[in-house]
Design a protein around this ligand. Sequence first.
Ligand code: ADP
Length: 446
Amino acid sequence: MFDKILIANRGEIALRVLRACKELGIATVAVHSTADADAMHVRLADESVCIGPPPARDSYLNIPALMSACEITGADAVHPGYGFLSENARFADILRDHDITFIGPSPEHIRLMGDKIEAKRTAKRLGIPVVPGSDGAVTDDDEAKRVAAEVGYPLLVKASAGGGGRGMKVAMTPDALPQALSTARAEAKAAFGDDALYIERYLEKPRHIEIQIFGDGKGAGVHLGERDCSLQRRHQKVWEEATSPGINAREREEIGTRVAEAVAELGYSGAGTIEFLYERGEFFFIEMNTRLQVEHPVTEMITGIDLVNEQIRVASGGELSVKQSDIVLSGHSIECRINAEDPQTFQPSPGELTYYYPPGGPGVRVDSALYQGYRIPPYYDSLIGKLIVYGKTRNECLMRLRRALSEYVVDGISTTIPLFQRLLGEQDIVDGQYDIHWLERYLADG
Ligand code: ADP
């Protein structure tokens, strides 16, 4: 087991990792930018190192500064959290070269899954269903037209290097294809420095369903059921739940078994998420994330398994603590992402928390790094906390969520708490009847 873990992140996820380390008796090192000197992850860690000025590229993304922090403190492993360097294969390479463990999969697996065309090819080879589309990149407009005619309309032009919904354009008809190609190409070039594009059938009313997996790197793989993350705004998840109200036990079992087998065959090590779009009984692979997800707590709530603890075990060469037959999904869990944003306009709302009172009681978990008097810096993501509730049934979970939201007080800044209160008044939400476009439509209708 490790003696000391450096947590290369900030905010609620740095705290989440720190908590797992403490429970394992592992010493912790926090890193922070000058803007985060007063942050809770810094206060709670055993040691801390300032790694640079506020902009993330100079601090949380600054690999030389992080390597120095490892050296100064003698950390023997690094947990990257999510975002920042969590899917950066070069960072994983450099750590490996310095005999420091990256708590995550191998750089090879990160690279493979980071290239969306390669990822899709791999998924297909492993027997995972993919969205019908071009076999690899389309090189010119003539080829694109030919492929498009086979795939059928509407279709989606996507960037191979894509992320965050950028470089993605819908073409409803053949006439719209040239424009979609040129816009997607320009966006991809600007955002990723790589203009390789591919084509997929556009699914009109899918749900976003993702499967949590774990591999031990030695041929074992398990799945921990799914999360439904269909409620999205601008491709950003807003509300996540497990299990999905949209699929049945047989579908869960089938897709789960299939991905667990694929993970084992790949020799994948650590936590990962395989994302699918689901429409009318069919799953279509869209991508694999080779890290811990923001929404991992809902899976923890219904399985009773600590995913960060498991990541650390596996990274230190241990075996998974569970076999597939030990994993039982029980009850229901919902996570609301609390952002420091205006709940109507979604404008960021950094500033000082003049009063802070998080909810508690049965079945309520708050993952955040907030405290009264804390000043939310304007430089980073607006996610400031996650409210996670658990209930024996989805209905109990909804009632508990309503209760917890009514207790939650965050003064001094605007948050998205009122949005969730509104959502709980919508019949579609109560019924679990929503697809990936539901929230955008709802917000557009005011
Ligand atoms: P990114 O890496 O940019 O987030 P993804 O491939 O994960 O890109 O897709 C982001 C979102 O775009 C998905 O969650 C889904 O909402 C939508 N999307 C992706 N592929 C399709 C498709 N073939 N049809 C319809 N919607 C899609």
